[in-house]
Design a protein around this ligand. Structure first.
Ligand SMILES: Nc1ncnc2c1ncn2[C@@H]1O[C@H](COP(=O)(O)OP(=O)(O)OP(=O)(O)O)[C@@H](O)[C@H]1O
Ligand SMILES: [Mg+2]
Length: 272
């Protein structure tokens, strides 16, 4: 019974229930109580996901209105300079909030099993090259070198093009963001064991060994208090989304890192 309870409460199979032994002894009453508890837990998980999805969705519309208003105000020729600065700051924050809401909505939909993948056969080289181009602009701006290595032959996979682009872009953005000026980011695509494999490696600040198990957690950021407002601003949802995208495609995502030396993220995607 203990193994069964553990399997059910790992979060993925909360819909399962224990088989209640016949009779009215302690054990069968315990099983019944546990089942009732799991029903309540399951309901509150569902409610929580619903709430996150609804709240993010509801907040998007007013935020779009705010953004449109600020954008309109900012472009008026008669805006005095002392008003322009706070307007620009507001716009930046509004954009950050929009990104945050999009990320929350994606994860809430994924939790509910409502995030659909629009799979099609694509050559991964195109997606990585596209994400790499954006990465090159970011890298140039940050004074970081960037290298993209693609194989000569097509790497065909059946994936949701925009989701995989988002995955590649998130990893590349992180690599640039967490690598000081003068460092190097290398993106490589290949095949291994019948899977497409792409890696994003950097020579940046790295991640402490004790922090590695947390990097894919929602809202987790190393040293979050310090980096909240700096140029390394972020919400800590990027890697949670990467993990969801990789796993939703039947793939994997792994990280290796040495503090002060650099970090490598490896994504494996099945060809099917
Ligand atoms: N390449 C990297 N090198 C060093 N640390 C990294 C790297 N990628 C991620 N991290 C650490 O993992 C944390 C989580 O990354 P994640 O992408 O989820 O969030 P973020 O970049 O902080 O914000 P955002 O949601 O805007 O992406 C980061 O805050 C950082 O501490
Ligand atoms: Mg990130």
């Amino acid at each position: 019974m203990i193994t069964e309870v553990r399997e059910i409460t790992d979060g993925r199979s909360l819909h399962r229930r224990l088989a209640v032994p016949m009779g009215r002894d302690e054990l069968s009453r315990l099983a019944e109580t546990l089942n009732q508890m799991m029903t309540r837990l399951e309901r509150s998980f569902v409610a929580l996901r619903r709430f996150t999805a609804d709240a993010s969705h509801e907040l998007k519309t007013p935020l779009t209105v705010v953004r449109a208003g600020v954008e309109r105000a900012i472009t008026r020729p008669e805006v005095p300079p002392e008003t322009l600065a706070p307007l620009e700051e507001t716009l930046q924050e509004v954009n950050r909030m929009t990104e945050l809401l999009d990320a929350l909505l994606t994860l809430a939909r994924a939790d509910e099993g409502r995030a659909e993948l629009h799979r099609e056969a694509v050559d991964l080289r195109d997606i990585i090259a596209e994400a790499g181009e954006t990465g090159e602009l970011l890298a140039e701006h940050a004074g970081v070198g960037m290298e993209i290595r693609l194989p000569p032959q097509p790497v065909v996979v059946s994936v949701d093009r925009s989701r995989v682009r988002q995955l590649a872009l998130n990893l590349i953005e992180n690599a640039v963001k967490y690598t000081p000026r003068g460092g190097q980011v290398s993106v490589e695509l290949g095949s291994n064991d019948g899977r497409a494999v792409f890696t994003v490696a950097d020579t940046g600040i790295g991640i402490a060994p004790g922090d590695l198990p947390n990097v894919f957690d929602r809202f987790w950021r190393a040293d979050s208090a310090r980096t909240r407002t700096s140029e390394r601003a972020g919400t800590g949802l990027g890697l949670a989304i990467c993990k969801w995208i990789a796993e939703a495609h039947g793939g994997t995502i792994e990280v290796q890192s040495r503090p002060g030396r650099g970090t490598t993220f490896t994504v494996g995607l099945p060809h099917g």
